[in-house]
Design a protein around this ligand. Structure first.
Ligand code: IMP
Ligand code: MG
Length: 186
């Protein structure tokens, strides 16, 4: 990758946790599971912006059934880390009433974001809400947070990672794999 001094130093010191090939294989598996469980439900895939873009963008061409795509923009970065204290930036543009919804995010960390997204979709009358993440960080969730995603491509220990949609200071989302940041760069 062509990067400025700051990000090339971060990238050089980072550890590759999953290569692009490993992510691709994991997405193949997740797509098969989704096809089996959701193939006849005409679901709406709701992308959690911005991190969900790369996982969902890579997943969609693997899904060979009828579906719609929409988005939600919710950010947990704020002054407080309390559950429910999220910043809503964009709501879906289609009616979720009576629909099977699949919320797709990059990572399950504390579980706060997915909990808020599920609650939102249910409040809008969704018939059922599934969650899907590229990465599941194995760690205790916050109280009230989602414990397990219905679909997960990969799992990993609790480290700060970037790539495949996950950002490091809003950059490096395009890194072609999952990389763990060196402790001194977090
Ligand atoms: P949660 O609400 O704590 O589960 O966190 C979900 C959000 O936190 C994700 O959508 C990511 O944007 C962000 N996040 C959590 N861990 C990481 C990480 O290791 N790298 C980049 N973003 C992360
Ligand atoms: Mg995110």
């Amino acid at each position: 990758m062509q990067l400025s001094k700051r990000f090339s130093e971060v990238h050089e010191k980072a550890t590759c946790v999953y290569t692009k090939e490993e992510v691709d294989q994991a997405l193949d598996r997740m797509a098969q599971e989704m096809s089996a469980r959701l193939g006849n439900s005409d679901p709406v895939f709701v992308c959690v912006l911005i991190g969900g873009i790369v996982p969902l963008g890579n997943l969609l061409p693997r899904l060979d059934f009828q579906l719609e795509v929409n988005y939600i923009h919710v950010s947990s970065y704020g002054l407080s880390n309390k559950v429910g204290d999220l910043h809503w930036k964009a709501e879906p543009t289609i009616d979720l009433f009576g629909r099977t919804v699949v919320v797709v995010d990059d990572i399950l960390d504390t579980g706060t974001t997915l909990r808020a997204a599920i609650d939102y979709c249910k409040m809008k009358g969704a018939k059922e809400v599934f969650t899907a993440v590229l990465l599941d960080k194995r760690k205790p969730r916050k109280a009230g947070g989602v414990e397990e995603a219905d679909f997960k491509a990969l799992t990993m220990e609790d480290r700060f990672v970037y790539g495949y949609g996950l950002d490091y200071s809003e950059y490096l989302r395009n890194a072609p794999g999952i990389y763990a940041v060196a402790p001194e760069d977090i």
